[in-house]
Design a protein around this ligand. Structure first.
Ligand code: FAD
Length: 316
């Protein structure tokens, strides 16, 4: 079922979870162990992130280096299908521009549709680890909106090969990313919002946000979106802070602020068990306020900490 239909049919705020594919070598049971405790909360859907290949340099015995391509977390599409099979819950694979030619994208979309997956979250992807800024694959897309247009085309039966025009199309519900604290490359919020509106005008049916730790930023972003004429559902993305080192890792990785009140409380903690407690309480307070404000879905980035998310959702 499409995410937009879940939202339309819901009587209150839904819950959804986001997971990463396991590191190669860990096996699919790592995913089941992660999700099993979360399924009692009947999530409307589960998102599975996409991780492109990286180049690493391996030292040879003669001291020279060999450039090797590795993909640490493959399997997004198959994991989505396995989750649907095991739990009978909808899944949302993330689909990125990085590393894909338009032909690769078309093939991936067809694979997903054959697997019975009705949803995709369409993203640009970040720069590869060895790049200073995002470089599209030759013959691939530069911005999420270009990828989105390809999905919309395929939904309308428009394939890359013109002679297939008018044959069976796909039926994906398309989500896109939004940034309450601005995407780090955008010169200002207004420019970022105008590109977000373009994505919605081009066919995105909902927005899911980057994580944020201050609800005020979400509410301001939501208002700015509405003022800009964006009317689709906006789903807040939420993540628990569970260790002291995240106080610098999160801002560095995701370009979001940790509010002073939260960072002060965390800095007073003697160990990470205490940080986890503080992070749980913070996430619970954020979730309660967002739910009371009537957000369509609370989307949790579970990232290896399903127990914290369990504790929060249990108390909602
Ligand atoms: P875009 O919408 O293309 O925007 C990228 C930048 O370009 C922005 O600064 C925007 O303002 C600007 N821009 C947009 N359109 C134009 C245009 N036409 N001309 C000029 N500038 C433009 N990354 C992964 O690799 N895998 C994942 O699974 C993944 N999941 C994510 C899930 C969520 C909810 C979020 C918020 C992010 C996720 N990311 C993921 C990270 C994401 O790929 C990065 O944040 C990336 O840098 C931007 O992606 P985007 O889709 O927002 O890009």
């Amino acid at each position: 079922m499409k995410i937009i239909d879940h939202i339309k049919q819901a009587k209150g705020t839904l819950v959804s979870f986001e997971i990463l594919p396991p590191l190669k070598g860990k096996g699919i049971t790592a995913i089941y162990n992660h999700l099993d405790p979360l399924m009692e909360f009947k999530p409307a859907y589960i998102n599975v992130t996409y991780h492109r290949s990286e180049h690493i340099f391996k030292k040879r015995s003669d001291g020279s280096f060999e450039k090797v391509v590795v993909r640490k977390r493959p399997g997004t599409e198959a994991i989505c299908a396995s989750i649907m099979n095991r739990y009978n819950v909808d899944t949302v694979p993330h689909l990125i521009c990085g590393g894909f030619t338009v032909q690769d994208t078309e093939d991936a979309l067809l694979t997903l549709s054959y697997l019975g997956i009705d949803n995709v979250l369409v993203l640009r992807g970040d720069a590869a680890k060895n790049e200073t800024s995002f470089e599209p694959e030759p013959g691939g897309h530069k911005y999420a909106i270009e990828l989105l247009r390809q999905v919309v085309n395929l939904n309308n039966g428009i394939y890359l090969e013109e002679d297939l025009k008018g044959t069976n199309g796909t039926k994906f519900c398309i989500g896109v990313a939004g940034y309450p604290e601005k995407h780090f490359e955008a010169p200002n919020m207004q420019t970022d919002l105008s590109y977000l509106k373009d994505k919605v005008d081009a066919g995105a049916e909902y927005i899911v946000t980057q994580m944020f730790f201050d609800n005020k930023k979400f509410f301001e972003f939501e208002k700015e979106c509405r003022d800009a004429g964006i009317t689709v559902p906006i789903i807040p993305g939420l993540k628990p802070v569970t260790s002291k080192k995240q106080l610098s890792i999160i801002p560095r990785t995701f370009y979001v602020d940790i509010p002073t009140e939260l960072s002060n409380e965390i800095l007073q903690c003697k160990d990470d068990a205490c940080v986890e407690q503080v992070g749980t309480e913070w996430l619970l307070a954020q979730s309660k306020e967002l739910k009371a404000a009537g957000v369509p879905v609370l989307h949790y980035y579970t990232l290896g900490k399903p127990n914290v998310v369990c504790n929060v959702v249990k108390q909602l």
